[in-house]
Design a protein around this ligand. Sequence first.
Ligand code: SAH
Length: 387
Amino acid sequence: MSRPTIILPKGRRSRPGAPWIFSNEIRRGEKTIAAGAVVNVRGEDGRDFGTGYFNPNSLIAVRLLAEECAAAIDADFFAARLSRALALRATFYDAPYYRLVHAEGDGLPGLVIDRFDDTLSVQITTAGMERQLAALTAALETVVSPATIILRADAPQRALEGLDNYVKTVKGEGRRIRVMENGARYLADLAEGQKTGWYYDQRDNRAFIAGLASGKSVLDGYSYTGGFGVLAAKAGAREVVCLDSSAPALALAEESARANAVTVKPVKVDVFEELARLGAGGEKFDIVLMDPPPFVKSRRDLETGAKAYRKLARLAAEVTAERGFLLVASCSHNIAPDRFAAECAAGLSRTGRKAALIRQAGAGPDHPVHPMLPESAYLKALVYALD
Ligand code: SAH
């Protein structure tokens, strides 16, 4: 097979075993190979590092697809990976609603697929995966045979790969879909919604909170389309208030509530402002949930973002009732779990409230993590019991 070979000089690998080869680990001349090209990766000593795809513009020069050189990257390759991913999900879920592919965790770097029954929302974040679109689509036909495929090629990382952003319906039609999760029905809008339209990553945390919610008042901060709030209402919460800055997201939350014969109260606000207002008015909720967008978008933002998490934990604790529960989550890749926990702890201690950490969790098993890329376990959710 005629394909370029990337040579790794000895002793430069900073993360042996990881499916990434960084640009400072390869020989310089290699950087003329086109973005997205499939390459073989060999050590100077002839050692086989595998088959991957290359990008001269990215700090991650190669993302590995297979452990051996000269592996065929074609529809069969994708079909095999997709079948494995599908089999794993089938062991956990009895209905076809889950993240079907979670990038490196499923051996498919640059690719995320969320499945909503016969609709797939496909997110491509790298030039290498973008080049494989035809093979991938063919494999999806064989393995899943979906009615609708929506391509969400609009993630911020794409700019780093030199890719344009677009959203396109590749097959079928219909962007509004139903989601079944934890026994509740929800509505999502795949073209208008954020990310892939629905956040499956919080599924287990939503179930945990719902287990505490019967008879309680709930403040669902950064509710988006009501993932937490609607389930809490269904589990018998006395009152659920959803706070979000997006009117369309809140409208979907209300619709989802109706679909489950419950109600939530949507409030379109900035969460920090609303927490300050509620706090000043002495209002309290039995369960307070804060699941904000990433405050640490890049490593440069670490200190400002960390401070924002601390402030959020403090303001949220101030509106949590006695013997109440507080969940604070972070979906920032760029803050480590222990730092996030330390910031939340600092915020809580400022309130003088006694707090006990009762749950530390991440995403569910449909978000597998490559063992050598622990930072791709981006979701951190902490639940505290407050006195
Ligand atoms: N908890 C949700 C996911 C939250 S995503 C779920 O379970 O599905 C983050 C949400 O924060 C988005 O809906 C976004 O509209 C909202 N948001 C972002 N900045 C905000 C702000 N300053 N005030 C209120 N909401 C905000």
